[in-house]
Design a protein around this ligand. Structure first.
Ligand code: NAD
Length: 275
């Protein structure tokens, strides 16, 4: 198969939730493509046991430029601050609103605090990220690109996913509305909708020491593990995807190759949405 080489050496990219999982790989790939990367996360140390080096250090270790700004996306002031911090590198060109959490619970058993927490991070965080980045791009009279991490859950409902699926449906609509409102300002807004991706996401909430967790209702509500049988049945390609297989779609959507693409939800899901 052919290889694609992107060049983002003139760009500054913010990746929320860039410390672990999908965001880490997206940040790493933008760094590899020459971008200055601002990793915005509630934690600097990766969640995954196998990865100990913070993302920004890994990017620098690989010869790139990166920094870390402690950010809680549920706090719009934090989000505005990280966009402000990117001004030191010329201002944000690509905003990746990726941070998100999962909490399990059916409509009947879910309490409102848990619902609010999922929406504060998954929806308010994306809203604040789109708004802060767009305001900054307009202030600087620059074009730009906003990418949101949606999900197959944006359009496909599952039992027990009441909070998460509703939040990712909202991310899809925020993407579309923002794309409409910003189209004439040369700011493109798109979303990537991952399928079942191998990260530690399914293991639950942010780390116990995080500021967000202090406000969590005292309920452990991780995503139930999918069995091999379920993966086999639900995913036409018969396997989970990796962050490496996902990250390229963010670079494509941010690149000039996608200059006429806006308001789009790009599924990267092994065919999950077909069924
Ligand atoms: P992950 O848990 O590995 O990484 C999420 C990162 O977000 C972590 O570094 C965490 O510290 C950070 N984070 C959590 N709350 C935050 C907050 N309030 N402010 C800033 N950072 C915060 O999960 P992942 O699998 O990489 O998920 C990333 C995104 O992809 C999420 O939006 C998730 O909903 C979405 N997604 C994941 C999958 C999957 O199968 N893994 C599928 C579809 C969509």
């Amino acid at each position: 198969m052919g290889e694609v080489a992107y060049n983002f050496s003139e760009e500054t990219v913010i990746v929320t939730g860039g410390t672990s999982g999908i965001g880490r790989e997206v940040a790493r790939r933008f760094g590899e493509a020459g971008a200055t990367v601002v990793v915005a996360d509630i934690r600097e140390e990766p969640k995954d046991d196998g990865e100990s080096m913070p993302t920004h250090e890994r990017i620098e270790d690989d010869g790139g430029r990166a920094t870390f700004v402690e950010t809680d996306v549920s706090d719009p002031d934090d989000v505005a601050s990280v966009v402000e911090a990117a001004r030191a590198f010329g201002g944000v060109d690509v905003m990746v609103n990726n941070a998100g959490i999962y909490r399990h619970g059916s409509l009947l058993e879910t309490d409102v605090d848990a619902f609010d927490q999922v929406f504060a991070i998954n929806v308010r965080g994306v809203f604040a990220g789109c708004r802060a980045a767009a305001r900054d791009m307009l202030d600087r009279e620059e074009s730009g690109c906003i990418l949101n991490t949606a999900s197959i859950s944006s359009e496909y409902a599952q039992i027990g996913h009441s909070m998460y699926d509703a939040s990712k449906g909202a991310v899809m609509m925020l993407t579309r509305v923002a794309a409409l409102e910003l189209a004439r300002h040369e700011i493109r807004v798109n979303a990537v909708a991952p399928g079942v991706i191998e990260t530690t996401f399914g293991t639950g909430n942010p780390a116990p020491e995080s500021r967000v967790d202090d406000r969590l209702p005292d309920v452990e509500a991780p995503m139930p593990d999918l069995t091999e049988q379920e993966i086999e049945t639900d995913v036409p390609m018969g396997r989970m995807g990796s962050p490496e297989e996902l990250a390229g779609s963010y670079l494509f959507l941010a690149s000039d190759e996608a200059s006429y693409v806006t308001g789009h939800l790009l599924y990267v899901d092994g065919g999950y949405q077909i069924l």
